[in-house]
Design a protein around this ligand. Sequence first.
Ligand SMILES: *Cc1c(COP(=O)(O)O)cnc(C)c1O
Length: 412
Amino acid sequence: MQLIDGRWQIGGCDVLELCDKYSTPVYVYDTAKMRERYDALKQAFAGTRMSIKYACKALTNPAVLRFFRSLGAGVDTVSAQEVRMALEAGFEPQAILFTPNCVAFDEIRQAVELGVHVNIDNIPTLERFGDVYGGTVPVCIRINPHIMAGANPNISVGHIDSKFGISIHQMRHVKRVVESHGIHVNGIHMHTGSDILSIDSFVRAAEVLFDYAEMFPKLDFVDFGSGFKVAYREGDVTTNVEELGRRLTPLFNDFCKRYGRELELWFEPGKFLVSEAGTFLVEVNVIKQTPAAVFAGVNSGMNHLIRPMFYDAYHHIVNVSNPDGPPRIYTVVGYICETDTFGLDRNLNEVREGDILAFNNAGAYGISMASNYNSRLRPAEVLVHEGQDYLIRRRETFEDLTRCLESTDLQF
Ligand SMILES: *Cc1c(COP(=O)(O)O)cnc(C)c1O
């Protein structure tokens, strides 16, 4: 969001006008920001054969998928449904990577039948894969390098207690399974966590991955997953992708020389590409003064944006309706019958009932984690592209909520 002549805008569209047009709550995404992030990552790795697979669980709307396809991206998917969404958005099967965990083998089979890359993260599934396909279908192996990548243990998936990936300490077992079944391993993968705390830890994990990659002679790509940190508030540490590119490019190119072939380098960012592109807009229903605090209660809650409650995530909040109002302290809360606090003791321009509040960084894991809890309806989504706004998901209705119900005439 930019404040231009006293009015907040997203990609050239006036935010309050968008709220009038589409009503609230509403998610708004700006393609210019997505493109900027995509280009920055691409640029940082210009010295390699690098490919970006957008992790579409962050924001799964087909319009967003098609936008990333237009930029040349592939997709990282975690369910058969996401694979189908990506195919319907026009991606070639070979541009899609399926990285599930703990799924039934049937889902792996579906992905193989759809022709997408499959990434396996446990030894029993790898053995089963070998039994069924032998060396006829190439497969990628997900490794856990045991680098403690993030500060928050809930979103760090590379460490020793993590359920993700095959431990580097089990690689001899993996090698036996691969050799005995003649499995064609064409990729090696790690995803160290949703927050890369430092370039050092990332580079360390990459070096671990290179060591083990040499075990597999038929690789086409090395996939470094994601974990790019974005700024949620001023002063936050972010992943410096330029520096990451500068440090990792020579290491990767050296590895390719040792390996004897120029491999592709893959990344699969979600948050990095879409977090900052998204703004979630809500309306203030009530200003409630208690002996302890002033609450601003809004027409949304953990059902629409659960990150603050689930991950203790900080989302910067702006009072769009009153940019010149005197600053006051508010605790912004939702309308769900839970303690759904969006922001504690926030300094906002004076908030009045009916004002529009904006949550920044709402592009990633916003609507994709939304639910119908409290029988609430999920919000609309709007895409702003080249100065124009497009409705890309309508607001749910009561009929949507009851669509799957059966035996409604059952007598008791
Ligand atoms: C969720 C996920 C990503 C994306 O993570 P971000 O933190 O959103 O960049 C990438 N790869 C895999 C396998 C994932 O599960």
